[in-house]
Design a protein around this ligand. Structure first.
Ligand SMILES: C[S@@+](CC[C@H](N)C(=O)[O-])C[C@H]1O[C@@H](n2cnc3c(N)ncnc32)[C@H](O)[C@@H]1O
Ligand code: SF4
Ligand code: SF4
Length: 300
């Protein structure tokens, strides 16, 4: 991240914290829900399979920018399936940067060639060691690792959703992140139990054990892009939710925090670490503010 972007974001964050503003800073555009995979834990793929047009997504970028959003995520479905004529996902990142978004991140399943040097982070989903990952995501592990090693830039962060299947493979993912070319860090979430994937949800005890492992890996200097200070709140979902500083836009519909806000009773079982991190940050938790500044400077 450029220093000027960092200063602008910090200024926004500090004024939000001190004036207890609820205006959003982080926005996600769903470029399509079409996906080439059907992962066991996922409830949001191939519902409409629409690939939105370039002009449609540009409009959504303008809407988010005019709301004051400066951190943009492009998400799916599978983002690398997105294209419109000669435009592909890389053109969307370049356009977002030219509009003025300070951070532009793309989330992908990593099964396509990774050529996105303009993105601040490419979040590549890796859901465990080879066996667990392939159990959840089909036989894709080796393709993903190859694509990561051959990526045209080193702006990759693994993204792991921890669930009943892969909970014992956290260390393995961190090891791969530490030793694989082009990877800066790993970012974790817990499984969020949509009605059709409740069986993958972790118990409090399991969450606590996972967080102990992640904490000790952070202490051992493994590259982990999460804030340790939010961990106690993640065990029993005692963080505030939803997050009013985050929005998602899909097919013109804006949702506060996530599309999942429309699923009854899901927010009090939320597994997304960013919700705990951002809501605690914007409540003015000084320790979180300091840890977030340090972590963002290290990995973005
Ligand atoms: C919906 S996918 C879209 C982007 C891309 N297809 C991918 O898999 O990275 C975005 C992220 O959400 C995660 N995810 C999907 N369902 C989830 C759930 N119920 N709880 C937590 N994370 C989930 C995926 O593992 C992935 O890392
Ligand atoms: S690749 Fe992403 S969008 Fe596709 S099924 Fe898996 S988690 Fe869902
Ligand atoms: S708090 Fe609710 S809307 Fe936000 S990510 Fe969690 S489940 Fe989704």
């Amino acid at each position: 991240m450029k220093l000027s972007s960092f200063i602008k974001l910090s200024a926004f964050g500090i004024s939000s914290i001190f004036f207890k503003m609820k205006s959003p800073i982080l926005g996600t555009i769903i470029v399509t829900d079409k996906c080439n995979l059907r992962c066991k834990h996922c409830s949001v793929n191939n519902i409409t399979s629409i690939i939105y047009s370039y002009s449609h997504i540009l409009c959504e970028m303008e809407v988010l920018y005019n709301m004051g959003i400066r951190i943009l995520f492009l998400c799916g479905g599978e983002t690398f399936l997105w294209q419109d004529g000669q435009y592909n996902i890389r053109d969307l990142v370049i356009k977002a940067k030219s509009i003025g978004f300070l951070i532009v991140n793309v989330v992908t399943n990593g099964t396509f060639k990774l050529d996105l040097p303009e993105a601040d982070l490419i979040l590549v989903s890796l859901d465990g060691d080879k066996e667990c990952h392939n159990n959840i995501r089909g036989d894709t592990h080796d393709t993903i690792i190859n694509n990561v090693k051959n990526a045209s830039s080193n702006n990759i962060c693994f993204y792991m959703a921890i669930n009943k299947i892969n909970k014992n493979t956290i260390t393995s993912v961190c090891e791969v992140a530490k030793t694989t070319k082009n990877v800066r860090a790993v970012s974790f979430n817990f499984h969020t139990p949509y009605p059709d994937t409740v069986e993958l949800q972790l118990s409090k005890k399991e969450k606590s054990e996972c967080l102990k492992i992640i904490s000790s890996l952070i202490d051992k200097k493994y590259p982990i892009f999460n804030l340790k200070i939010a961990f106690p709140y993640l065990i029993d979902n005692s963080f505030p939710s939803p997050c009013y500083q985050c929005v998602v836009i899909e097919n013109g519909r804006i949702s506060t925090c996530g599309r999942c806000i429309h699923v009854k009773d899901l927010c009090n079982k939320c597994g997304y670490f960013f919700v705990a991190e951002y809501t605690l940050l914007f409540k003015g938790n000084i320790k979180i503010i300091i840890e977030m500044l340090k972590t963002y400077l290290k990995y973005i």
